[in-house]
Design a protein around this ligand. Structure first.
Ligand SMILES: C[S@@+](CC[C@H](N)C(=O)[O-])C[C@H]1O[C@@H](n2cnc3c(N)ncnc32)[C@H](O)[C@@H]1O
Length: 237
């Protein structure tokens, strides 16, 4: 099954299950938002890669009320939910059904953000995507990715697996939700945080860093053309 088909199938119950399936999601979103250097009233242009039902776009557009957001996803059904979410403000949101690993990205963005999507790409496609994201940003623009990472050793990876399963069961995920998550996880292509930070630097990003790491999940990114650290150094697990 393709990634698009997997998420077409998941779109209906996606928002409802999200918090149960991503332990610490609120803290991860908070770390991402806190690292954004824009003033509240700035009319920033934002590109959300793998935007799905629009959860991350909602957080960003809520924090920056004049932001205009382009939501990109290859799942028609996930974007259908996103269109409904933002239907009251059509002038602020644009939707594009496309595979961001295969197509050129639109350009001129102050912020390219992504959540839980890039880990579906092969390592080669991740590296190419980082280069394309660099090209899509204006000078001084920021890229931030909230995503899954691979453990740096088999032991660390096994620890991430054990931690995730324990936390999602504690959160009350149903057997059906877990079965759906396991089906989607077969399409995961996680890479280590260290590799991805290096690929960002190789793609030309500056101030590359990780704002928050919590076992399987991390918030990391870099800036185009400004030599300052992306964010703090918080890391758990
Ligand atoms: C786990 S969902 C995350 C959605 C949203 N960003 C969030 O945080 O809730 C991953 C999304 O990435 C999309 N996706 C994965 N690979 C993609 C690609 N190459 N191009 C476009 N969308 C992609 C999937 O269709 C899915 O909607």
């Amino acid at each position: 099954m393709t990634v698009g088909a997997l998420f077409d199938e998941a779109a209906g119950g996606y928002d409802e299950a999200r918090r149960r399936l991503v332990p610490g999601l609120d803290e991860l979103y908070a770390a991402l938002l806190e690292g954004l250097p824009f003033k509240k009233e700035e009319p920033i242009k934002v590109l959300d890669l793998g935007a799905g039902t629009g959860l991350l776009s909602a957080e960003i557009s809520g924090r920056f009320p004049r932001a205009r957001v382009t939501l990109v996803d290859l799942s028609v059904e996930m974007l259908r939910v996103a269109r409904r979410r933002f239907a009251r403000e059509p002038h602020r949101f644009e939707f594009r059904v496309m595979d961001f690993a295969r197509k050129d990205l639109p350009a001129g963005y102050d912020l390219v953000a992504s959540a839980l999507s890039i880990h579906h790409l092969t390592d080669g496609d991740k590296r190419e995507t980082f280069e394309k994201v660099h090209g899509a940003l204006v000078p001084g623009g920021l890229f931030v990715n909230l995503d899954q990472v691979l453990g740096a050793s088999p032991e660390e990876e096994a620890g991430y697996e054990e931690w995730w399963l324990r936390r999602v069961r504690e959160a009350g995920a149903s057997e059906e939700e877990l079965a759906g998550a396991f089906r989607r996880m077969r399409a995961d292509r996680n890479a280590t945080l260290a590799d991805q930070l290096r690929w960002l630097e190789e793609a030309g990003f500056e101030g590359v860093g990780c704002a928050r790491g919590d076992h399987r999940f991390a918030v990391y990114g870099g800036r185009k053309g400004i030599a300052s650290s992306y964010n703090g150094k918080e890391r758990h697990g």
